[in-house]
Design a binder for this molecule. Sequence first.
Ligand SMILES: Nc1nc2c(ncn2[C@@H]2O[C@H](COP(=O)(O)OP(=O)(O)OP(=O)(O)O)[C@@H](O)[C@H]2O)c(=O)[nH]1
Ligand SMILES: [Mg+2]
Length: 296
Amino acid sequence: MKKNLFTAIVGRANTGKSTLLNALLGEKISIVSNKPQTTRTKITGIISKGETQFVFLDTPGIHKPQDKLGSYMMRAADDAVAGVDLVLFMVASGDRIGPIEDGLLEEFKKNHIPAILIVNKTDISTAKEIGDTILRFTAKFDFEAVIPMSAKNNDGVEIVFEEAEKFAVEGEWFFPDDMITDQPERAIAAEFIREKLLKGLNEEIPHGLAVVIEEWKETSQLLSIRAEIYCEKASHKPIIIGKNGAKLKEVGELARKDLESFFGIKVYLNLWVKVKENWRGSSVAVSNMGFKDDEI
Ligand SMILES: Nc1nc2c(ncn2[C@@H]2O[C@H](COP(=O)(O)OP(=O)(O)OP(=O)(O)O)[C@@H](O)[C@H]2O)c(=O)[nH]1
Ligand SMILES: [Mg+2]
């Protein structure tokens, strides 16, 4: 008998939600960085195992939106939570309950959504800290299960499948059994490039970056991609390009390797940097960058 399960992974920024999605999939589909608010939209990971098709939805970390992009991100997270069979509520060991966590737990209660508490980053935490974190959160909400884990070290990930499967519902699968995501190829490519930029640049610049794929040509031997990197300030452009183009070259090399391994074909990557002042504050610009509500 076939079963399926829709699960959203939610929590504040930087707790390790995307790392978990990738660990569940055994493949990198959702980009990861040490900067908060890395994930900007809902990312689907599909795993078909035995009788069950698991559909995990990685979501943008919950935060108080400061601009139109932030509002879009929070709508994407809300939208992912609505209608799922189960929520994986992720905190990092040592986290306290703030307004963000309170708000989410209230939402689960109000909508009667079962939730599993995931306490991540146990590899950098003491047993006492892990225990205290569990006590703090379980005192606030009646979780279906508690899973301490290190998503980064792939430790505890199998238990997520075991616990989540209990909430699977009988029914046909929604996706072909070899499909791992419903993200369009271009969106995946743009994200892989953005990840390398996030890693290579510090603080102020990454939040104002967007990557748009302008050209995509594929032959049997070569995938040729032209992408435009948008930043918000003219002063950011030379930093992204680097001395004699060194930074952009480094980003391009790293992204190309990831793209080649993901798409299984040789990739030619052509990157351009453009300035679009304050695009995150404009609904039209946010939508033009590919963040369209009808796509959530
Ligand atoms: N030590 C440790 N670090 C982790 C673990 N899981 C994730 N990280 C790190 O935490 C940072 C954030 O990880 P992400 O997976 O991008 O977090 P996220 O919750 O998706 O973040 P947003 O998309 O910004 O909401 C990265 O530097 C990860 O490498 C873990 O189990 N242990
Ligand atoms: Mg993320």
